[in-house]
Ligand binder design. Structure first.
Ligand code: NAP
Length: 345
């Protein structure tokens, strides 16, 4: 998705979801030419997008947009170069290499240029390629807020955390943050040889099979007395498991949309339930700089070689066909790590 020199500079190339709905519908994702976002104002920066990653939220918004009459630019992860800055911007200059997830309420990153608030953006790690960097922001913000804002873990935290959905995008960065920044042991779920190998490589201490009938026994064997914390990206049908494997006064942080969790069943053990949504800060304008700060910290951890990218597959070029392929893979529910669509491989 490079800017075409034959089209006027007031337009940019983009990929839009015109009809929403199933990925195979012709208008679900299509190449388009759109008005350029224009000069940034206030805290906004204008970024030339070079790579995006595809998250389950892209798929959910696309699929849920069936019948919409507006072309929507999806995409909530990007790496690129700052082209221009608004008059209140202090954190970036034109030419800076950045990465960010952005905001659900603004046009997304499937476009050659995007406006984004500087306070939720960070300099991308110098040791990573643009695609390796694009894999990270949304999942990193989610994992960081879950661990440090919600569970309030610190370097001196000890005990065990169960990670449900560990091989996925969020789990893959979360395991690394836990191992690098806390004293916790990680029990990770994985059900296939490749996903098991991946979470072990990222630092999981114990791997249990979430498809096994004796999952509760496997967890309690690894954590007699129960786990202290649970991070869950896969909560559906897990109430009975939580009441068996979380110790009294333990804590659960959940990021998925499942509505069948019976919170009352957790009362007997005084188990706390936290929600984490990484779009809360941009949506409500709440403490935006916290996302800049945490991404800058992760940039540092990566450049020090303490955390690695979670990128496992790069598709190119950045157009509707590649994005359709990425959406299909994410929809399969079997992605290990992250899929990125970049201007080139
Ligand atoms: N609240 C937020 O801010 C936020 C942020 C990011 C994502 N999310 C949500 O969190 C969920 C996960 O996203 P993601 O990007 O991390 O995941 P993902 O990449 O889609 O996760 C894929 C992995 O999940 C595992 N998995 C599939 N079904 C499972 C199940 N029933 N139990 C345990 N593991 C299972 C699979 O591992 P195996 O192959 O080993 O089975 C697969 O490799 C999505 O619903 C997403 O929308 C929310």
């Amino acid at each position: 998705m490079t800017t075409n020199p034959t089209i006027p500079s007031q337009t940019i190339s983009a990929v839009v979801s015109r009809t929403g709905g199933a990925i195979d519908l012709p208008g679900s994702l299509e190449d388009a030419t759109l008005p350029a976002p224009g000069a940034p104002t206030g805290h906004d920066i204008l970024v030339a997008v070079r790579a995006v990653s595809v998250n389950p939220v892209d798929v959910k918004v696309r699929a849920g947009g069936a019948g919409a009459d507006d072309a929507r630019v999806l995409g909530w992860d990007a790496a690129g170069t700052v082209l221009a800055v608004g008059e209140l911007v202090t954190l970036f200059r034109p030419g800076d290499e950045v990465y960010y997830a952005g905001s659900l309420d603004r046009p997304g990153s499937y476009a050659a240029q995007q406006l984004v608030d500087e306070r939720i953006v960070a300099h991308r790690p110098k040791s990573l390629s643009v695609a390796e960097a694009a894999a990270l922001p949304l999942t990193t913000i989610t994992a960081w807020e879950a661990l440090f804002d919600k569970l309030r873990l610190t370097e001196s935290s000890t005990g065990t955390i169960l990670v449900l959905g560990a091989p996925g995008g969020v789990g893959s960065i979360l395991i690394q943050l836990v191992k690098e920044l806390t004293g916790l042991r990680v029990i990770a779920t994985a059900s296939r040889p490749e996903s098991r190998a991946w979470v072990e490589e990222l630092g999981a201490d114990v791997v249990v099979d979430h498809r096994a009938a004796d999952l509760d026994r496997q967890i309690l064997e690894a954590a007699p007395g129960g786990v202290d914390f649970v991070f869950t990206a896969q909560s559906r049908g897990r109430t009975a498991l939580f009441t068996k494997v979380v110790r009294p006064f333990g804590q659960i942080v959940a990021i998925d949309d499942d509505r069948d969790v019976d919170l009352l069943a957790l009362k007997d053990r005084s188990i706390s339930w936290h929600w984490e949504l990484m779009f809360t800060r941009p949506r409500h304008g709440w403490d935006l700089l916290a996302q800049h700060d945490l991404l800058e910290r992760v940039t540092q951890l990566i450049d020090e070689g303490r955390i690695r990218t979670t990128l496992t597959q790069t598709l190119a070029p950045l157009n509707a066909e590649s994005l359709r392929q990425a959406h299909r893979l994410v929809e399969s529910g079997q992605v290990v790590g992250k899929i990125v669509v970049a201007e080139s491989r």
